[in-house]
Design a protein around this ligand. Structure first.
Ligand SMILES: Cc1ncc(COP(=O)(O)O)c(C=O)c1O
Length: 412
């Protein structure tokens, strides 16, 4: 099977495993633990000599099937699914960093990621160096011997800034530092990390993968890399496992000790989501571009940011990196917070909600919600203005989305 939409439905090869009783859907293995026929089997499962299932915090057949399907999707060497997108981020950084280390990232981040970097990691003595990733060469001055990763979102949520990933990845290669991309907005379908020297990809399954926001989950994808040897924390793992060093440390220690495993039921929902992922993304891309153009023509809308718009600053990079496709998020600005609230409250079909990549169109005012507890100065630095709205365009008929926006704009 060549095409990704077929492989997302069937896996690498159609599943004909008799242990699933030839069921056409992967069963939900809701069992905390698994039986061993002998004490030797138990020993082998614990030492890693076999891959037998032992306990669902560590591995589970439904979750493993999702991981296998996501490996086919991304061409990654290893895949680990966890309880949420934030669990993916925290597992990765706790595997890579120790006290005294630093990471390079941008100010433009999803609110909890920003809080994890600036508060949680800081309390463990790990510094996030917020750099201007729009000018990749400026990263270099922030790199030192203790830099363990460069992290970015593509595009950033909610500013929708598109970074020059090839230029950043070149610096990461020259400096031997792992590049980590949060690919939640685009997914491997639109931005293939394996073609851009990304070492670790993470995304929130809660968005496109879950099939319309049915469940919370997260994914960590690890690509072949020799950079782990540069990290003293992974030195012993490198000697033992070579280029699998990062994944082994993650899977054998951090992931099982943190305990943020994905539930089999959520894995099942996300497997269902994968079957229709390309179909939904294709339709949502068409809808979102059309709505972005429509918003540009509305006099009460002051600015619209969407990378697939010809006049967007991210347009050329969007064409280069993701075939001109920019995801389901539009960043739009009205006059002020009052106008935003009036507009939101007048919407009849579009929902007021905090998720995105849902089948339903959804809108949020980031300054008063996701970023409510950041100071005015911090919000300014992050370009979170009081007049900004984040619209996630769904699968509804375009004419209904336009009509709802039009009638709500007429009330302000
Ligand atoms: C870009 C991005 N990364 C990570 C996350 C965290 O994902 P989750 O809510 O599944 O923990 C989000 C959540 O909205 C996000 O927008």
């Amino acid at each position: 099977m060549q095409h990704i939409s077929s492989r997302l439905i069937h896996g690498q090869t159609p599943q004909k495993d008799a242990t699933f009783n030839r069921s056409l859907k992967t069963p939900i293995f809701e069992s905390a633990s698994f039986d061993f026929a002998t004490a030797e089997e138990a020993e082998n499962a614990f030492t890693g000599a076999s891959e037998a299932f032992a306990y669902s915090r560590i591995s589970n057949p439904t979750v493993t099937e999702l991981q296998n399907r996501l490996k086919v999707f991304s061409n990654a060497e290893h895949c680990l699914c966890v309880a949420s997108g934030m669990a993916a981020i925290s597992n990765v950084f706790l595997t890579l960093c120790s006290s005294g280390d630093n990471i390079i990232t941008s100010q433009y981040l999803f609110g909890n990621t920003l809080s994890f970097f600036s508060k949680t990691l800081r309390s463990f003595g790990i510094e996030a160096r917020f750099s201007n990733l729009e000018q990749p060469s400026s990263i270099i001055e922030n790199i030192d011997d203790n830099t363990r990763a460069i992290f970015l979102e593509l595009p950033t949520n909610p500013q929708l800034i598109v970074f020059d990933v090839p230029a950043i990845s070149q610096i990461a290669r020259e400096k031997n530092i792992p590049l980590i991309v949060d690919n939640t907005v685009l997914t491997p379908y639109l931005f293939p990390c394996d073609q851009h020297n990304v070492d670790i990809e993470i995304f929130s399954n809660t968005k496109f993968v879950s099939g319309g926001a049915t469940s919370i989950g997260g994914t960590i994808l690890v690509y072949p890399s020799d950079k782990w040897a540069n990290n003293p924390k992974l030195e012993a793992d490198c000697q033992k496992f070579g280029r699998d060093a990062f994944y082994k440390r993650l899977f054998k220690e951090i992931y099982r000790n943190i305990g943020a495993c994905l539930s089999p039921n959520n894995a099942y929902l996300q497997l269902l989501g994968l079957e229709t992922l390309t179909l939904r993304i294709d339709r949502i891309m068409d809808n979102t571009l059309e709505i972005a153009r429509f918003l540009q023509d509305q006099p009460k809308v002051e600015t619209v940011r969407y990378g697939a718009l010809e006049n967007d600053p991210g347009y050329n990079l969007t064409k280069q990196l993701s075939q001109g496709k920019a995801g389901c998020l539009i960043n739009m600005a009205l006059k002020d917070k009052t106008a935003c609230f009036q507009f939101m409250n007048a919407l009849e079909m579009i929902r007021r909600g905090t998720n995105f990549c849902d089948n339903k169109s959804m809108i949020i005012h980031p300054a008063s919600t996701i970023y409510w507890d950041f100071s005015r100065e911090d919000k300014q630095k992050m370009c979170i203005s009081e007049g900004m709205l984040r619209l996630s365009v769904g699968l509804e008929d375009l004419s209904d989305i336009k009509a709802d926006i039009e009638q709500a704009l007429s009330t302000i």
